[in-house]
Design a protein around this ligand. Structure first.
Ligand SMILES: Cc1cc2nc3c(=O)[nH]c(=O)nc-3n(C[C@H](O)[C@H](O)[C@H](O)COP(=O)(O)OP(=O)(O)OC[C@H]3O[C@@H](n4cnc5c(N)ncnc54)[C@H](O)[C@@H]3O)c2cc1C
Length: 273
């Protein structure tokens, strides 16, 4: 199948992209096109206007302040894999990027496009929830900032308003002693995961966070505030398993077991650092 006919705009500024989006009810943002392309071809989406945001310089920015690094939404998976960015994560982001799809997909696919699409199996969602990152949104009514954990409402469902564009992702800097681990279970490398485990232990910043991703909805976040584990690392797996069981998102024993295996592997990787 082929897409329906649509108009195409390639603005050079974020303000112009927001103006186009807010004045065209059936417009769709195009970033790397790795997800939107197939959706257009299958006519799962039928926009009257495509707004290509890849020529907007602001969306490929890399900014650093004392506490965080902000990546523009159009920074590609490959740029992160190749460590062309300032890295707030002691190499963790590059490792996660390397596991996304195949190099051709990583060359075009963007961090913002992945988060905006909100596929529960997207690697960035689980990784960035573990890191405590925030997304930056710009719309006709101004700018706002929201944690990745709150940004995703559910499968393919986010807090993005119809007139909003994600312009960046703000990722806190890890301390030197922080340990992070990521494990993805899939049938073949280069595929979306059946289960994801992401772990961050950053005692200097008082953070211990485990994430079970590629569930049927939002990744499940496990930390001392929501689960009977303390800051000791690695945490006991019994309470973690119980929390996943109670979440209801791991639908059966097989699913629960592969999510526990992904978390255990991520913990092993982090512990080995
Ligand atoms: C073969 C294949 C294998 C893959 N495997 C994996 C995998 O293992 N792990 C993984 O995580 N991902 C995987 N992906 C997905 C890949 O990471 C895509 O890059 C990502 O899902 C979408 O990013 P994009 O930049 O291509 O967005 P696009 O396809 O351009 O857009 C996706 C959606 O987000 C919207 N959007 C894009 N950018 C913005 C923005 N800045 N603000 C608001 N809305 C926006 C678009 O309107 C569209 O609805 C795979 C894709 C393919 C084709």
């Amino acid at each position: 199948m082929k897409p329906v006919a649509f108009d195409y705009e390639r603005p050079r500024t974020l303000a112009e992209a927001v103006r186009l989006l807010s004045t065209n009810a059936d417009a769709k943002i195009l970033a790397g096109g790795q997800t939107l392309g197939p959706m257009l071809n299958l006519r799962l989406v039928q926009p009257t206007l495509i707004i290509d945001i890849t020529r907007i310089a602001e969306l490929t920015r890399v900014e650093e302040d004392g506490e965080a690094v902000t990546l523009g939404a159009c920074v590609t998976h490959a740029s992160i894999e190749d460590q062309k960015i300032v890295d707030p994560s002691n190499g963790f982001l590059a490792e996660v990027a390397h596991g996304i799809a195949y190099r051709a997909v990583r060359t075009r696919g963007t961090i913002g496009g992945s988060l905006a699409h909100a596929d529960p199996a997207a690697d960035w969602l689980s990784c960035l929830m573990a890191l405590g990152a925030e997304v930056l949104l710009t719309g006709a009514r101004g700018k706002r900032r929201i944690g990745v954990a709150d940004f995703m409402r559910g499968a393919l469902d986010t807090e993005l308003e119809p007139d909003e564009i994600m312009d960046g992702v703000r990722i806190p800097k890890l301390s030197k002693k922080a340990r992070a681990g990521f494990a993805k279970i899939c049938r073949k490398s280069g595929e979306f995961a059946d289960a994801i485990g992401a772990v961050l232990h950053d005692p200097e910043r008082g953070v211990l966070r485990l994430v079970a991703g590629a569930t049927q909805g939002r990744p499940i976040i496990i930390d001392p505030a929501t689960c009977p584990i303390d800051m000791n690392f690695p945490p006991p797996l019994g309470p973690v398993r119980k929390k996943l069981e109670q979440s209801g998102l791991a639908a059966d024993v097989y699913e629960l077991n592969i999510h526990m295996a992904a978390i255990a592997r991520a913990l092993d990787k982090a512990h080995a650092q």
